[in-house]
Design a protein around this ligand. Structure first.
Ligand code: SIN
Length: 500
């Protein structure tokens, strides 16, 4: 057993079936390596605020080395594999992820804080993208187009874009890796991943499994680093032809600006401020369940979490009571502990942010339904009680700024047109949700909401087959689905003529 895995097992009674999956090095240019001068950064365990493990801290130089290796690796990989063979490699990788799901979930839960059940769900979600793109690999059709010139044929070939720079967030340490790199590998690209410094270990374990599946080590690189210039290198280096980023809108704009210097293909999955609307004709039990899933999943730390919960005045009190009943059943604690249903936030800054949103809402007339403070008896962990505030108004910070934490802010409304206008009154447009039993209203409102994804009578819509992505300042590009492969391909038009 590696020293890291041994320490892990002692401290958390988490015995990995395969301790070699707990990797603290980086995968650079074909091999696992320590960083120069054995430089490391600490990774914290959010439930206690203590150091979980240290991870290799690479520099911009190794990012450059990885990019160069990925360039050679990509050419060789694409030349030597058919789409069917790439699909088969992905299927083996998928099966290995499934076979190691308990270990992957344990690592993920400890580094991120989410509960073991949620972590298992995320590993299954991560695997589903690999399965999906193992199948999409073979369905990358071009066209034959009627030409306007005589005796001439126009065809299109889909080609891999080349080396892809991948920058992923800490809130889905496994799924955001596979959602980006499975389509890249299916298309015949190579990748250089900068995993989040809060949660690097899931990415490293997944890369190890990818290599065991037979994906060449020069096609997949994982370079953990705290150095911001490393991310910039992925956005500026001319060898990198595609940049895919999930994170805040501010950082996304910065990176997209850098990437424009070399005209990279770019996908940006950025912040949201999701409205969740419950009309007076809705099934309130279903809506309360949906609000639970959509607001408190991953302790409120998803880009698609409801941020503004608009409830019709006629049903607002009933809905708030129903949501409170569910919220009060949540049990906070260490994610891997039995019975825990809600983990901590990722760090202290996240706790301070939700604190400031709650304080502001209460100062401006909000009514506390439950929660509203850090819990006692849970030590130094980054916990905050799941909280509901009623009578929220547009002048509150929560109306404009994504809390990214377990605060359900309930805004009463009276009129359909007005609530749709309020819902759209944001620069973001990632996800929206609403509940109604009226099919005409369902179609009308689904069309009127300005977001990339709309959930109608559901609180969870993320799935491998569903296009994931936003409009407005929530970014561009789509992940998953039949569109996800296009993000890693270019179209070459071949005009063949003149025939006889
Ligand atoms: C995210 O928060 O970025 C991803 C959420 C999801 O895939 O459902």
């Amino acid at each position: 057993m590696s020293a890291a895995a041994d320490d892990f097992a002692k401290r958390y009674s988490l015995k990995l079936a395969d301790p070699s999956l707990l990797i603290t090095q980086g995968l650079v240019a074909g091999r696992w390596r320590s960083a120069p001068e054995d430089s490391k950064f600490p990774v914290y365990e959010p439930a206690s605020g203590t150091v979980l493990l240290e991870c290799a801290n690479f520099t911009r130089n190794e990012i450059i080395e990885a990019i160069q290796s990925a360039e050679t690796g990509q050419k060789q990989y694409f030349k030597s594999t058919t789409a069917k063979e790439r699909g088969a490699l992905l299927r083996i990788w998928h099966d290995l992820i499934q076979a190691n799901k308990e270990d992957l979930a344990g690592i993920l839960s400890l580094e991120n804080g989410k509960t073991l059940e949620e972590a298992k769900g995320e590993v299954a979600y991560a695997a589903s993208f690999v399965a999906w793109f193992s199948e999409e690999a073979t369905r990358s059709y071009g066209d034959v187009i009627p030409s306007s010139y005589r005796h001439t044929t126009v065809m299109t070939f889909k080609e891999p874009v080349g080396v892809c720079g991948i920058i992923t967030p800490w809130n889905f340490p496994a799924a955001m890796i596979t959602r980006k790199i499975a389509p890249a590998l299916a298309a015949g690209c190579s990748v250089v991943i900068k995993p989040p410094s809060e949660t690097p270990f899931s990415a490293l374990a997944l890369a190890e499994l990818a290599m065991r599946a037979g994906i060449p080590s020069t096609v997949i690189h994982v370079v953990p680093t705290k150095d911001r210039s490393a991310a910039s290198e992925l956005a500026t280096n001319p060898i990198v032809k595609k940049l895919s980023f999930t994170g805040s809108t501010g950082v996304g704009k910065y990176l997209a600006g850098l990437a424009s210097q070399t005209m990279k293909k770019v996908s940006m999955e950025l912040g949201g401020n999701a409205p969740f609307i419950v009309f007076e004709d809705a099934d309130l039990d279903l809506a309360a369940l949906g609000a639970m899933q959509c607001k408190f999943r991953s302790t409120g730390q998803t880009c698609v979490c409801a941020n503004r919960i608009f409830i019709h005045r006629d049903v607002v009190d009933t809905f708030a009571e129903k949501l409170k009943e569910r919220v009060q059943q949540l049990k906070l604690g260490l994610g891997i502990a039995t019975g825990v249903t809600q983990g901590p936030l990722v760090n202290l800054a996240a706790v301070k942010k939700i604190e400031s949103h709650v304080e502001d809402a209460l100062k401006l007339g909000g009514e506390l339904v439950c929660g509203g403070k850090r819990p006692t008896g849970l030590g130094e962990g980054y916990f905050y009680e799941p909280t509901i505030v009623k009578n929220a108004t547009p002048d509150m910070i929560v109306s404009r700024d994504e809390t990214f934490g377990p605060l359900a802010a309930i805004f009463p409304f009276s009129d359909e047109d007005d609530v749709v206008e309020q819902a759209n009154e944001t620069e973001f447009g990632l996800a929206s949700y609403f509940y109604s039993k009226d099919v005409h209203r369902c179609m009308r409102v689904a069309r009127a909401l300005e977001s990339g994804m709309v959930g109608v009578n559901v609180g969870m819509m993320s799935a491998a087959e569903t296009p994931f992505g936003g409009v407005k300042e929530s970014g561009y590009g789509r992940e998953g689905s039949k569109y996800g492969l296009d993000e890693y391909q270019t179209i070459k038009a071949v005009t063949l003529g003149p025939g006889q």
